[in-house]
Ligand binder design. Structure first.
Ligand code: SF4
Length: 376
């Protein structure tokens, strides 16, 4: 029998991200959670900015200084509006001063230098760079011929300019054996760097990469120098599917107690967003979220229906939940699934209570709620 559980009882609203996807990306990464290349918004950036301002006034009027308001820029950070978005997020959001480099247009050394110095003038202290494997694999994965060397060059120039680096490495079955050599290559770049290795989210184009998803046995033979960098507990906890299925059956998963709202502005929703007041926008989102989760079975039932009891692939709980919801929605086309978060459109992202970020906004990983959950 399908029973509802209480995992969707919200007790705390963390904040909102107003996301403007008007800045094209120069890559086409296989795992892209934003599905870059499929659609670019024609809505003027100023309208997204005005919407974000409306939420800043609203939180002030409601005495909610801890409710963060971020103005997200995508698909790439290559935009004339970057400085404005950085300044906004520093003032009202939970920004950690990171600017992402993947997907920006090709620049020569001098142009890169100019780009980074300009970011620093606007308060950026760190650049985020993601590698997918060694040269050939990385280039194929990113969809740009020379992307690997470009990311290495960008990392070096950023270091020369005095910027720190947040290096991320995607963990896939094919690239696992390359990781030791990749670490050495990255070690040769001077400057300050924080590095972590983790799987990608089950959303966007990443949904089609299940055969590439890493398993615990895949990791067994990796050298310690690589193993200790693999972040299986930040910002989400990764476990083999079999372990999640067991934990869910035993009631050992945590409730969703924190809501984070993501609003992506498009031609077809901006007029309505402008017409509604902020409380109305949030209420509509909560209603859509509630409708969706009322229409699908509990996590326990989803696990019983779709969970692999001997599954070795590593997932965060939300990856699995999104995957199982996808299966369920496919089997039940009568259910309106537009409010689900894995599409990274306008939706509510639930977070378990143990992932807590206070007003200061900085998570243990150095990323903010918005960066950890919505960066590509
Ligand atoms: S993951 Fe980032 S860099 Fe890659 S295609 Fe998507 S938006 Fe572009």
């Amino acid at each position: 029998m399908m029973t509802k559980d209480d995992r969707y009882i919200g007790t705390r609203d963390l904040g909102i991200l107003i996301q403007w996807l008007g800045s094209p990306c120069h890559c086409r990464c296989c795992h892209c959670s934003l599905d870059s290349g499929s659609r670019v918004t024609m809505v003027a950036f100023e309208r997204a900015r005005a919407l974000a301002d409306k939420f800043v006034h609203w939180r002030r009027a409601h005495g909610m200084p801890c409710f963060s308001v971020d103005l997200g820029l995508g698909y790439s950070y290559d935009s004339p509006h970057l400085a404005e978005s950085i300044a906004f997020n520093r003032q009202y959001g939970g920004t950690s001063g990171v600017a992402f480099v993947n997907g920006i247009k090709s620049r020569c050394v001098n142009e890169l230098k100019e780009h980074f110095l300009s970011l620093m003038r606007h308060g950026v202290t760190t650049v985020g760079v993601t590698f997918y494997g060694l040269r050939d694999f990385h280039n194929k994965w990113s969809g740009r011929n020379d992307d690997f060397d470009y990311m290495l060059l960008a990392s070096r120039i950023a270091a020369e300019c005095g910027l720190g680096r947040q290096e991320s490495v995607l963990l896939s079955r094919q690239s696992a054996s390359d990781l030791a050599a990749l670490m050495q290559t990255l070690d040769d770049i001077p400057g300050r760097a924080v590095r972590s290795i983790f799987p990608w989210d089950y959303r966007g184009r990443g949904k089609a990469l299940e055969s590439e998803r890493i398993t615990l046995p895949d990791l067994a033979d990796l050298p310690e120098s690589v193993k200790h960098l693999i972040s299986l507990d930040r910002p989400q906890k990764y476990r083999p599917e079999a372990e999640w299925v067991e934990r869910i059956a035993a009631g050992l998963t945590s409730q969703r107690q924190q809501r984070y709202y993501v609003v992506t502005v498009w031609e077809d929703n901006i007029d309505e967003l402008e017409a509604l007041d902020c409380s109305g926008i949030l209420q509509e989102m909560r209603d859509a979220d509630e409708r969706l989760y009322q229409a699908i079975p509990s996590l326990q039932c989803l696990a019983e229906l779709y969970g692999h009891r001997r599954g070795l692939r590593l997932y965060s709980l939300r990856d699995l939940e999104w995957k199982w919801i996808d299966y369920y929605l496919k089997a039940h086309p009568e259910i309106d699934g537009t409010g689900r978060f894995d599409d990274l459109g306008t939706a509510i992202l639930w977070r378990p209570s143990e992932i807590d970020q206070t007003c200061t906004g900085l998570a243990e990983s150095g990323q903010t709620v918005a960066e950890a959950d919505t960066s590509c």
